[in-house]
Design a binder for this molecule. Structure first.
Ligand code: TXA
Ligand code: MG
Length: 319
């Protein structure tokens, strides 16, 4: 479509000029800057409100660019990227010498990903270089899954927003650190752990957060303004009763509740739909001015595992 081509050409120009372009990916919207320009990446951190020693993922248009941005690529990284790219997987590998410190937060590694979203791929291929992009929200807030979410959060601080409709997956990419002898998962996400383990034919441990500089692993990340409480089906009634007792406006995710005082935010039928709707439901809770969201956590398999992880973090209960 000619209109899309013009938009992409404008976006490429903005990136070349050191500006910021928000663009859709299959996971969440990203806030992009030219990854080879330290100045552009600094501006990105400023708008995002993120500490500058946090590394940012470099997005690429083609699988072959893995070797332009990484060096000493391990077989595990090759296997995972050939199986999952384009797709919701980020691999951490040793960085090529030209990768700016601003991108890696001074680390010797870089996170790379080839997203699977038509507009994103068009943009990345037309630009040709790497695009550094965190999720297009202010630091610590819920990731955007529509162009309207991006605008609501960042407004005119973004030079251009590409609108690709709602994101297909809805939670961020799975991050696997392949730079160490034994690969580990740094963040659960859109590529199910079971599938990655099947590709490698080995168990992939989940690294406990703490010492690594990955904001997505901080407690109380991904949090709406409303207080998030996660529960199982059995404890739901007690959680709602306690909320009523405190006089709170409360909403529920993941269960049908026959109580007019409780806002119904959604009952996803499975982990995939839960992931797809999660951030919209949390934003909805804030839009309705709720004090508290009680969420019944899905089975922690497939995308349900990423959902359970984000709910724990939103509740501030993650370690
Ligand atoms: O799905 C996604 O991954 C989205 C879309 C836009 O691609 N991006 C995203 O970016 O979620 P961000 O910046 O919000 O989260 C990226 C995570 C951060 O926790 C960051 O610290 C970690 O990736 N990361 C990036 N490079 C890393 C590295 N070299 N070592 C360890 N962690 C890294
Ligand atoms: Mg983020």
């Amino acid at each position: 479509m000619a209109e899309t081509e013009t938009e992409i050409a404008r976006a490429v120009q903005v990136l070349r000029d050191g500006g910021l372009v928000a663009f859709p990916t299959e996971t969440v919207y990203g806030l992009g800057a030219d990854a080879s320009s330290a100045d552009a990446v600094h501006r990105l951190f400023e708008v995002k409100g993120r500490p500058t020693d946090h590394p940012v993922i470099v997005h690429l248009g083609d699988v072959e660019q893995l070797d332009e941005w990484g060096v000493e690529i391990a077989d595990t990284a090759r296997a995972l990227t050939s199986a999952c790219w384009p797709g919701p997987l980020t691999v951490v590998v040793r960085r090529a010498p030209h990768v700016p410190d601003a991108v890696t937060g001074g680390l010797e590694t870089v996170g790379l990903r080839v997203p699977d979203q038509p507009l994103a791929r068009e943009l990345l291929r037309a630009f040709g270089g790497g695009v550094a992009a965190p999720s297009a929200n202010r630091f610590g807030r819920v990731s955007p899954t529509t162009a309207a979410d991006v605008f609501a959060d960042l407004g005119d601080d973004v030079d251009l927003i590409l609108d690709g409709g709602p994101c297909r997956v809805g939670v961020e990419s799975t991050i696997v650190d392949c730079s160490r002898a034994d690969p580990v998962i740094l963040r659960l996400g859109g590529a199910p752990r079971e599938e990655l383990e099947a590709v490698l034919g080995r168990h992939l441990p989940l690294l406990d957060s703490g010492e690594i500089r990955a904001p997505g692993t901080l407690a109380s990340h991904y949090a709406p303004r409303a207080h998030v409480e996660h529960t199982d089906g059995d404890a739901l009634a007690a959680a709602l009763a306690a909320a009523h007792e405190r006089g709170e406006l409360v909403g529920v995710i993941g269960a049908e509740v026959d109580d007019h005082r409780v806002a119904q935010l959604g009952v996803p039928r499975d982990g995939d739909q839960y992931a797809h709707d999660l951030y919209r439901m949390l934003r909805d809770a804030d839009a309705r001015g709720l004090d508290r969201v009680v969420a019944v956590v899905p089975e922690p398999t497939g995308l349900g595992a990423a959902v359970a992880d984000r709910l724990r973090r939103a509740s501030g209960a993650a370690s």
